[in-house]
Design a protein around this ligand. Structure first.
Ligand code: DER
Length: 235
């Protein structure tokens, strides 16, 4: 069972939650991609109908468009029935790190507007606590004086041994630019950042910050596909 097979298994299970007539948030990333494919399949087979998709990135918008899924946006549908998306990390309280694909702002807007938020992961994403695995904690910031904002973010978590790095394209060194024309600073922690809510508030208080990749208390269900089978974790 490859990791991609596990992602597909979790994604297909999540699509069982989609009922005809629903307004569905369509996530971004390699796991969510399978869920979008599956929804399109069921629409084509006539097993689902009347679905309206709300994409969380231009990438997902393109995929869904090419598959013929009817699309709309939050302006037309401010409240969604369900959203399905992947995650980079899931802690035991179903808090998430998202955004290593760079779509965290639109994901958080869409997933914050839905009644049920179903997260789909392979078991490698499960962690004891967020940000502890030494992998990136993404923060979307405005490009204006990004060094100033990156340094203020680093200082916030100096005690946790934080490094702040502007996300760039490896080949060119050019800054990564989000769908919203912003930059991303990735934070790397050597030690646990402790209270997530306090960390979130501190980050969002910085004027140059747009949003961060901690999705606290947002997931209602997490579907975990592992070698020994699929687990459904509910809030
Ligand atoms: O960037 C994102 O927010 C993605 O949803 C990420 O969290 C999961 O991407 P993956 O399914 O490709 O691992």
């Amino acid at each position: 069972l490859t990791q991609d097979n596990l992602k597909r298994i979790a994604a297909y299970k999540a699509v069982d939650y989609v009922q005809s007539g629903m307004v569905v948030g369509l996530g971004t990333g390699s796991t969510a991609c399978h869920a979008v494919d599956r929804i399109a399949d069921l629409l084509r087979q006539g097993k689902l109908s009347g679905i309206v998709g709300i994409p969380t990135s231009t990438q997902t918008h393109q995929q869904a468009l090419s598959l013929g899924i009817p699309l709309s946006d939050l302006d037309s549908h401010p409240s969604l029935d369900l959203a399905i998306d992947g995650a980079d990390e899931v802690d035991p309280y179903l808090n998430l790190v998202k955004g290593r694909g760079g779509s965290l702002l639109r994901e958080k807007m869409v997933e914050g507007a839905c009644k049920k938020f179903v997260v789909i992961v392979d078991e490698s994403k499960l962690v004891k606590h967020l940000g502890g695995s030494g992998l990136a904690m993404p923060v979307e910031i405005v490009p204006f004086c990004w060094k100033f904002t990156a340094e203020r973010l680093r200082l916030l978590f100096e005690d946790a041994g934080c490094a702040a790095k502007l996300r760039t394209f490896s080949e060119t060194g050019e800054p990564f630019v989000t769908d919203n024309k912003n930059y991303i600073v990735d934070l790397y922690f050597k030690k646990d950042i402790g209270d997530l809510k306090a960390a979130s508030d501190a980050i969002l208080r910085l004027a140059g910050v747009v949003e961060h990749g901690m999705f606290i208390d947002m997931a209602t269900t997490v579907i975990v596909a592992g070698k020994l089978g699929v687990k459904v974790l509910n809030k």
